[in-house]
Design a protein around this ligand. Structure first.
Ligand SMILES: [Fe+2]
Length: 233
């Protein structure tokens, strides 16, 4: 299981000056992701260019089953979460999530992975509608997991500012829902990365997976063991 966000297609250069070209990204992706693997993609896939279908088709053609949420740019480019989901739904290997949750099966395992997520916002400035969407995605995930499947949460914005996770409503909500793994992106300033929540907090492992922070290659997140998921870190 891997994760990467903020590809900002078609070439990522606008937001990530260090972005690699699409052929290099695809080659790196193929090196680490197999067709049955799950790839969590917490937002900002799309770039400001006319052909959104070509951008989604590029992601679809890469190996793996990809679970996507919308980033702030995806919402701006598509105009709404509904349109973003409708665009992603046209592609076989893409599962768009936003305020809901999906159970993704793991081949030959007695459990699956419940994936939930929402775009979110900076915790201190989160809009009421985003807090509602966070609650609804976590409720849906808990119901679907039913104590039998681990939960992975995707957020586009970091779940916690420079302060303590204890003071972040996002981290507290994720802990209450029993999330095992949380991935997020959005931040492209390397000087900010050390200040973000990364590593274990409570029972969940938090990871920043913006493409530039993970070297433009999907980052390994977890391995599906025979009986349980082993979250890396
Ligand atoms: Fe973003």
């Amino acid at each position: 299981m891997h994760a990467i966000s903020d590809l900002h297609l078609p070439d990522g250069q606008m937001w990530n000056p260090s972005a690699v070209d699409l052929d290099t990204l695809a080659a790196r992706w193929r090196r680490v992701v197999g067709d049955d693997d799950i790839v969590l993609m917490p937002g900002d896939h799309l770039g400001f260019c006319e052909d959104l279908d070509a951008q989604m088709a590029y992601v679809d053609a890469l190996p793996g089953r990809k679970a996507l949420i919308a980033g702030n740019h995806d919402l701006q480019i598509c105009g709404s979460l509904r349109r973003f989901k409708a665009l992603a739904r046209r592609y076989e290997t893409l599962t768009a999530i936003g305020g809901d949750a999906q159970l993704m099966e793991l081949p030959d395992r007695p459990y699956g992975l419940v994936v939930c997520g929402t775009t979110g916002g900076w915790p201190q400035r989160m809009h009421r509608s985003e807090i509602r969407r966070l609650r609804s995605t976590l409720q849906a995930a808990t119901a679907l997991a039913n104590g039998q499947h681990p939960i992975a949460a995707m957020l586009h914005y970091p779940p916690c500012g420079a302060g303590s996770p204890q003071r972040s409503p996002v981290c507290r909500a994720l802990a209450e829902a029993g999330v095992s793994m949380a991935v997020y992106g959005h931040v492209h300033q390397p000087q900010m990365w050390p200040r973000l929540l990364q590593g274990w907090w409570g029972a969940a492992r938090y990871s920043l997976v913006a493409a530039d922070a993970v070297g433009f290659s999907p980052a390994p997140m977890a391995i599906a063991g025979k009986r349980r998921l082993r979250v890396l870190g």
